[in-house]
Ligand binder design. Structure first.
Ligand code: HEC
Length: 110
């Protein structure tokens, strides 16, 4: 029992990487929307709720795709302060692929 918990923790750490929370390797072979969901869970969920799960520091993103175009989401996530001066959203350090996939995922939520 204890051993299986530690195995699960170790696998979790390996899958998500240590410094940035998730690695591009962990996203290989997934569709952009699937990869984007993983990025979201690792990097965005603590502040944003989707379908009743997540934090409340930022707005609920369950239907963000109905309000914002994919390109607008991508530009905002890439550099929030540049896209919207004075915004309270911090820049999250992500690779280009991670920004693209999280934007594709969010744009599909309508
Ligand atoms: C530390 C908390 C925090 C984290 C982490 C965070 N956000 Fe945000 N986010 C915010 C806040 C606060 C706002 C509201 C900003 C404003 O109104 O200017 C916001 C706004 C947004 C918006 C605009 C929503 C709208 O309705 O206009 C999007 C899209 C978004 N965040 C996506 C993301 C994504 C994708 C990630 C992960 C890569 C992420 N956020 C990580 C706090 C966070």
């Amino acid at each position: 029992m204890l051993k299986s918990i530690w195995t699960a923790v170790a696998v979790g750490v390996l899958l998500t990487g240590c410094s940035s929370g998730i690695s591009d390797e962990a996203l290989a072979g997934l569709s952009p929307a699937e990869a984007g969901k993983k990025v979201f869970d690792a990097r965005c969920k603590r502040c944003h709720t989707i379908n009743g799960e997540g934090g409340t520091r930022g707005p609920n993103l369950s239907k963000v795709g109905g309000r914002l175009e994919e390109t607008a989401i991508r530009d905002f996530v890439k550099d929030p302060a540049a896209a919207k001066p004075g915004t309270r959203m911090p820049k999250v350090s992500l690779t280009e692929k991670q920004v693209d996939s999280v934007a594709a995922y969010l744009a599909g939520l309508k």
